[in-house]
Design a protein around this ligand. Structure first.
Ligand code: URA
Length: 236
């Protein structure tokens, strides 16, 4: 990638500001300050601004605590999306949500720049578990646990066997590997106990970081990233 585009994508400066910074000798590439804006920057090059090394990683993975009232979408003309909760750099780098949570659903949303991993994590054949805490209108019982374990006929498909744990009469923890449109709400509705509140606590090997407040995000740690690539059957 060209130096000026890289710096613009990382939110360091605009492409025209880059020219000025270069002229002023404020940007270094592998120790030299003579680079041109169109210099092709190899992976792992050391880029500095005023002597300080910049974080130039193009591949990023984020965990976001999605609050209620926000759309899971790359963009929307009228409504706020999860991308509006992140610094613009992540959009420029091509970060995209992995799957979606409904507007009123809260909890763990993974975003990544790695399109291949994104695609693989969503495939039902990869068995990536998603864990939801559902508050329902009604009292959950052992019949519901059995129905979820067998699979529920939702008309257009039968849900794959999943696990329901009763946390309290009106709260269930549901672990499933599918992620069809409104699936959790449809499953509880089919049991006659509609969801009143839905929260995702886990996605594959990731648990929602308890230190995050609704609307906040952080980049994944090296360990979390490695676990995610393993879950996607990818070598990294
Ligand atoms: N299932 C749903 O019904 N809604 C969500 O947001 C996620 C899973």
């Amino acid at each position: 990638m060209r130096l000026d585009r890289l710096l613009a994508n990382l939110g360091v400066c605009s492409r025209s500001e880059c020219r000025n910074l270069l002229r002023a000798g404020r940007i270094g590439v592998n120790g030299a300050v003579r680079a041109r804006p169109d210099t092709d920057i190899p992976e792992n090059a050391e880029i500095t601004l005023d002597g300080k090394r910049l974080d130039t990683r193009l591949t990023r993975h984020l965990m976001l605590y999605k609050p209620a009232g926000i759309l899971t979408a790359a963009e929307d003309a009228r409504q706020k999306t999860v991308m509006d909760l992140l610094p613009p750099m992540y959009r420029h780098l091509g970060c995209m949500p992995v799957g979606r949570l409904d507007k009123d659903t809260t909890g763990l949303l993974l975003l990544t720049t790695d399109g291949e991993m994104n695609h693989r994590l969503l495939s039902p054949k990869r068995h990536v578990d998603k864990v939801y805490l559902a508050h329902v209108d009604g009292a959950l019982d052992e019949n519901d646990v059995k129905a979820v374990a067998v699979g529920i006929d939702l008309g257009d498909f039968v849900s794959l066997p999943a696990k329901l744990e009763i946390v309290s009469p009106d709260t269930g923890r549901l672990t499933l590997r599918e992620g069809k449109f409104h699936q959790v709400k449809r499953m509880f509705a089919a049991l006659g106990k509609p969801v009143t509140q839905l929260h995702r606590c886990a996605f594959g090997p990731l648990r929602l970081d308890e230190a995050l407040l609704p609307g906040a995000f952080r980049e994944l740690t090296g360990e979390e990233t490695a676990a995610l690539y393993r879950a996607a059957d990818m070598e990294k």
